[in-house]
Design a binder for this molecule. Sequence first.
Ligand code: UT7
Length: 334
Amino acid sequence: MTRAAITAIGGFLPDNIVTNFDLEKIIDTTDEWITTRTGIKQRHLENDPTKATSDMGVQAVLQLCKKRGISPEEIDLLICATVTPDLIFPATANLISSKLGAKNAWSFDLGAACSGFIYAVSTGAQFIETGRYKKVVIVGADMMSRIIDYTDRTTCVIFGDGAGAVLLEPSNDENGIQDFILHADGSGAQHLRMKAGGSLMPPSHDTINQRLHFVYQEGQAVFKHAVYNMAEVSANIMEKNKLTANDITWLVPHQANKRIIEATAARMGVGSEKVMMNIEKYGNTTAGTLPLLLWDYEKRLKPGDNLILSAFGGGFTWGAMYIKWAYDGSKSGK
Ligand code: UT7
């Protein structure tokens, strides 16, 4: 079987940085609370009202194309994982492709919230494995600041804006995507959702007055499910592939809360030195966290490294992916 491998990464963060101390000035919170409860110190938030999720995605893909030395016209398929599309329709992936001039690509969005990147890589990899396509781009992008209520201290401190993108190509050897396990449970919607704006409750003066177009999250309930399921699915993929903690080079966990990440690593028996983490700089960028982690740690990645990607998020959705890294990240320019 031809395996799909990640062969390039791009990333983008808006310039504007908002620290915990900045948030202290607008809501009843403290740097100490945010740091100890979540691990977050700052986040990037887009302050240009003319910019949207597709603009971040475009920058991430352009960087990836430059690093790999390819033109956007070579892309066969582009999938954008996001819960903050520019518009309800058309798909943000279409807008990204159009702005890039990726005129030979077809494209679509995938909505699996914080698990969106793992879902989308799993989906895109199928087209490489069957031999149908040679270049599939996966974008994980979310401009969370556009759906966050900055009067709600329980959610506004957590989220940030950002995008990452990876290129999938056929692998020349055994390296590449080895396995994935994916789950969904729609009953989780009661704990984490946007209440209005869809066909169930279209926008109205009433929905706006009631502030229903923002992220609604019951933090403790989500935390409980996240800790259990992210740890469990990560342990399951290890068992399924007969991997011990020693075999794992990196755990690449969704960046929602440092405590969830630590619980996952502990369940897997993986030491903190093997855990990728950048939550302190970016907060939770939803579908952006995993590609942005790979982007930040790219220089340290070597062929044959065993990576376990793991995520939990709105839906509920959760999953894990086992990747044997395919290229020498230290030789990739940024
Ligand atoms: O990525 C998508 C999936 N999402 C997640 O994985 C998020 C999972 N949930 C969490 O990470 C955590 O539940 C939060 C970070 C959202 C909240 O942390 P927590 O330890 O669960 O806090 P809590 O909701 O139990 O609240 C504890 C206290 C409350 O005060 P009282 O009732 O004990 O007096 C809150 O009102 O902390 C208060 N609180 C705050 N205090 C200062 C809540 N938010 C804040 C805040 N600053 N920003």
